[in-house]
Design a protein around this ligand. Structure first.
Ligand code: MG
Ligand code: MG
Length: 275
């Protein structure tokens, strides 16, 4: 692969094709988990399902043993006021919960990373709305990406989409990221636009994970004693949606979406760049 500069990993079209395989495995795994997440199921059971599906399709869970202390799961399972990095275990999901499931896999050395938030049974209308707004912001961010545009175009679209629809908190301490031969690479992809910070130029072969984390209250967070679980400081509920995507000369391609993002991108008037 060529390196545009020291910081950004630029993939060839063939390498992006390999990333699509990892992305599809992540997308398929999240599809399974979304259907399996029901009242009475533990987050640990969801984790086992994810690990089985990834390994049985030739992938490796990328979260497992990541970081310090080593993350002990295949998925992050973040329930209610947990925003991201929740550790799966014996917690039983109950009606009215909202769970964010983040999943990553490596296939032949290439990474995919995506997240969904799922309502368990009946949740309050404002929670359904929070989920809708967060997912819409993710797609607006990806739809704003143009070759020769900037990473800040994505950030601005995410922020504007959220802020235009209510008094939500948008996490700033946690951001999206470049992705490829590692899960977390340059550049950062913030969910808010900062004046004067345009970020790197968007070029073919750059792959990014966009992941708005939005709350019904404050954007301030704390980390629990397990050194991983990020919770809202005010106890408000949170949602998190993420996709890995790239922009080809033909348009955007959402590598972790089952249809490559074609349906939603088309609805947003954005050319589909997948194949
Ligand atoms: Mg993720
Ligand atoms: Mg990520």
């Amino acid at each position: 692969m060529g390196l545009l500069d020291r910081h950004l990993e630029i993939k060839t079209p063939e390498q992006i094709g390999l990333m699509r395989r990892a992305g599809l495995l992540v997308g398929e795994t999240l599809d399974l988990l979304g259907a399996a997440a029901k009242a009475g199921v533990t987050t640990g059971e969801l984790d086992a399902l994810a690990e089985d599906n990834i390994r049985s399709h030739g992938g490796v869970p990328s979260f497992l043993n990541y970081g310090h202390p080593p993350f002990p799961g295949t998925i992050c399972a973040s329930v209610n006021d947990e925003v991201v990095h929740g550790i799966p275990g014996s917690r039983v999901l109950v009606d009215g919960d909202v769970i964010s499931i983040d999943c990553g896999a490596i296939v032949d050395g290439w990474h995919g990373d995506a997240a969904i938030t799922v309502a368990i049974g009946d949740v309050a209308p404002e929670v359904t709305e929070l989920m809708r707004v967060t997912e819409e912001a993710l797609w607006a961010g990806m739809a704003a990406a143009r070759l020769s545009g900037r990473v800040s175009d994505i950030s601005r679209a995410v922020e504007t989409t959220v802020r235009s629809q209510g008094d939500y908190g948008i996490l700033e301490d946690y951001v999206g990221h470049g992705i490829g031969t590692e899960m977390h690479m340059a550049p950062n992809v913030p969910n808010v636009a900062h004046r004067g910070e345009r970020g790197p130029k968007l070029v073919p072969g750059l792959a990014l994970a966009v992941e708005p984390m939005v709350t019904l209250g404050s954007s301030e967070t704390d980390v629990l004693d397990d050194d991983w679980t990020v919770v809202t400081a005010d106890g408000s509920l949170a949602a998190h949606f993420e996709h890995t995507f790239t922009v080809t000369p033909d348009g955007a391609w959402v590598l972790t979406a089952l249809d490559g993002g074609e349906e939603r991108l088309t609805a947003l008037g954005v050319p589909f760049g997948g194949r």
